[in-house]
Design a protein around this ligand. Structure first.
Ligand code: Z5A
Length: 208
């Protein structure tokens, strides 16, 4: 049995990551493909609860401490994610280490330092970057409720994402119609699954 793929959604706030990752998982299941949604931060764990307190501005943490908590929140999920991938489940992940680096580097923490705690995590096979200008994101429901949702900061975060892209990334115009985006992403995912079937690639490590 071939392994599952690690499909990642990254992007700025309110860009539609949750909308599209949820729809992709459902579409894959409808096609008979084993798929699971994973979201970071996972606010259900003890570490995740500390992160949630920070994001909703109920507690304060230094920039370094919150950065390391986000990373720890990913590391605590690694064994399960590896087991799922090895058992043939395709993981659709909503935010990951690139968010970690983009947000912390935008706070002026050293870029290399920001990457270091996430070195060796499982690397994604395909990344969909949901691209939206912060001015357009600000018009969407729920924007501005959490600590990072400020225009200049979001512009910097977007630039940091662009600096980390490689050939596994696809830039998706997040201003398009929800159904249209879904069809585009499903097509790209099917291609990635076919490529993996034809020429299997082992699970890789991030930034090694
Ligand atoms: N963070 C970090 O600093 N370090 C890390 O390591 C990680 C994260 C992992 C919480 O993340 C914060 O944590 C986040 C980054 C930081 N910054 N903030 N604030 P989160 O993922 O839990 O929350 P979020 O980034 O704010 O994402 P979100 O609220 O889940 O937004 P989204 O998933 O990208 O969008 P959505 O919920 O699918 O859609 C938002 C709205 O737009 C909703 O009303 C939709 O109906 C609408 N929508 C969606 N698509 C469309 C289209 N195509 N057209 C029109 N309207 C649309």
């Amino acid at each position: 049995m071939s392994r599952g793929l690690f499909i990642l959604f990254e992007g700025c706030d309110r860009s539609g990551k949750t909308t599209q990752s949820t729809r992709l998982v459902q579409a894959l299941k409808d096609m008979g493909i084993k798929a699971k949604l994973v979201k970071f931060p996972d606010r259900t764990t003890a570490i995740g609860k500390m992160i949630d307190g920070y994001l909703t501005q109920k507690s304060q943490l230094s920039d370094q401490a919150i950065h390391l908590l986000f990373s720890a929140n990913r590391w605590e999920a690694m064994n399960q994610m590896r087991a799922d991938l090895e058992s043939g489940i395709t993981l659709v992940v909503d935010r990951y280490a690139f968010s970690g680096v983009a947000f912390s580097a935008a706070k002026r923490l050293d870029f290399k330092w920001c990457k270091s705690p996430d070195v060796g995590l499982i690397a994604p096979d395909r990344v969909f970057f949901m691209d939206i200008h912060p001015d357009d994101a600000a018009k969407r429901d729920g924007y501005g409720e959490e600590i990072y949702e400020k225009r200049e900061f979001q512009l910097d975060v977007r630039a940091k994402f662009f600096s980390m892209m490689d050939k596994s990334w696809a830039i998706i115009d997040a201003m398009k119609d929800v159904d249209l985006i879904h069809r585009q992403i499903l097509l790209l995912t099917k291609k990635a699954l076919q490529a993996q079937e034809a020429e299997p690639v082992p699970i890789a490590k991030l930034w090694t």
